[in-house]
Design a protein around this ligand. Structure first.
Ligand code: THU
Ligand code: ZN
Length: 137
């Protein structure tokens, strides 16, 4: 059995809407109280406003009042160890610390673990903008 969070990312793959890429992605984001929010990619005929699995999961969480997270699992239909893209890393960084664990599905029981800080070092954050404002005063 794969870890629970990976299994939840795998389960939501079935709902991915991917008529264009045919590349299914599922994400399961765990809040600090253990509540899990899942998302899948939802593509669009205009191509450019397709939603990514991680975006859908974090939107569901924030919409429900959850803003603190400790673990994210990501899986693709082909279990190729897909990691969140650059845009999703930045979206995660809005709410998650550098120590958010990102577990990527390599198939069977295999996973690769990262922390958000290594996937997205030196990110722009609220702190960056606050420091800039102070400098201008
Ligand atoms: N995709 C995600 O859902 N998450 C990522 O961060 C990587 C890319 C989706 C978007 C698109 O539907 C498909 O994978 C191919 O890029
Ligand atoms: Zn993405």
């Amino acid at each position: 059995m794969p870890e629970d969070l990976i299994q939840q990312a795998r389960d939501v793959l079935a709902n991915a809407h991917v008529p264009y890429s045919e590349y299914r992605v599922g994400a399961a984001l765990r809040a600090s109280d253990g509540t899990v929010f899942v998302g899948c990619n939802i593509e669009n005929a205009n191509y450019s406003n397709s939603l990514h699995a991680e975006e859908v999961a974090i939107a569901e969480a924030v919409k429900n009042g959850y803003t603190e997270f400790d673990r994210l699992a990501v899986s693709s239909g082909v279990r190729d160890g897909v990691t969140p893209c650059g845009m999703c890393r930045q979206t995660l960084a809005e709410f998650c610390d550098e120590d958010l664990v990102v577990v990527c599905d390599e198939g069977d029981e295999e996973t690769t673990e990262y922390v958000l800080g290594e996937l997205l070092p030196n990110t722009i954050s609220l702190g960056t903008l606050e420091a800039a404002k102070e400098q201008q005063e």
